[in-house]
Design a protein around this ligand. Sequence first.
Ligand code: ATP
Ligand code: MG
Length: 424
Amino acid sequence: MKIQAINGFKDILPDSVGRWQHIEQRARDIFERFGLQEIRMPILEKTELFVRSIGEATDVVEKEMYTFADKGITMRPEATASIMRAFIEHGLHVQQPVQRLYTIGPMFRHERPQKGRLRQFHQLDAEIIGAVEPRIDAELIAMGQMLLDELGLRVNLELNSLGCPVCRPPFKNRLITFLAQKSDGFCEDCKRRTHTNPLRVLDCKKPACRALVQEAPSLLDALCPECDRHFREVREALETLGIPFHLNRFMVRGLDYYTRTTFEFLTTDLGAQAAVGAGGRYDGLIEQLGGPPLSGIGFAMGLERIALLMEQQDAGKCSQNAMDVCLAALGTNTLAPCSLLAHTLRKQGVKVALDYSGRSLKAQLKQAGRVNARYTLIIGEDEWARGEGILRNMATQEQQPFALTGSPEEQGRRLMDTLLPATP
Ligand code: ATP
Ligand code: MG
């Protein structure tokens, strides 16, 4: 029996890796324009970190974590908790009171695998820690929107506020009263959540639950004056930056640590996997994990969903790795000089394809086409003896003589001079 990958764990093959690299490069480029610095954390953390941050009664902690029960460690289901752990452990705020950080990497959740939902998936994660101003919220959201725009994607931005420890608990009580009255109509999960995590009922996707919560009290009407002002200023700051959004008073994030501003970038093009990215403010989290009383805001985007959406919405073609030149060596005596020329060119920064099979010119030209070579330099025994190869432009099929005189370095520079003007 052949051994296959585990269900929900997927290979990213060379023909789609170009798209992944493109997304990652765009993300790094944009995040760095906003002053974010990369941080990389381990994949395993103490289980307690996630239980204390994400929350015991959340789906992620209740049923989705890969935990090594006997060792008390878990494969990270998301990045924010790990970043906060590292932030506190290394006292990053001491060097710089406002930290702007990002990370890119795999996350693990035991969910039912489907399109855009995997057990190992990848996130782009961005955080601004140590600042509470509403314009920070707007700046971070605008950064996420800029990335999706530059990738050529169409998404909708939805916005909500989840209040704070002052206004949320009394609201929760009112909500529980409302939910308990209508209890019969809710699904089993929501009946349970009414007491463990009542806010979560508001964004249950089941139609019956959705209909029932339409009349539920809204947290947006129950915000305390500080949260109300903060949220108003976030909306104004987004308007200043020209970022369109919709208010969604039913949006509740699946992680407990969120406070105040929460947001999601949504699409209707990926079926049930509607969220391309999501995030929000987590003002009490760092203190709750034993750090200083600093606030923060962040988002995570799913790389698989971005890549799928790019395909679906036909955004930005990502060409495969194209070679600059293919050396077609014909005849055994040309192999040694061609291998030295290829090696020299590669040292000089040129992407070179060369095979040692001594196949026919026709076969080698075909191969040059497969690796998207822009040029093929044909060197047969006659050409080598004459000191003059044939340089073929693969797009126009035009051919010109190419002098094989001087040292390999000189030949390499001459070839680069010939190729460079044609570089787009
Ligand atoms: P969903 O509602 O789709 O389960 P979520 O609220 O659990 O998403 P977050 O924890 O906020 O998602 O993670 C942020 C982003 O990470 C999501 O918007 C999504 O793009 C991606 N993501 C989350 N879980 C998965 C998964 N199992 N497979 C692929 N991508 C995922
Ligand atoms: Mg989820």
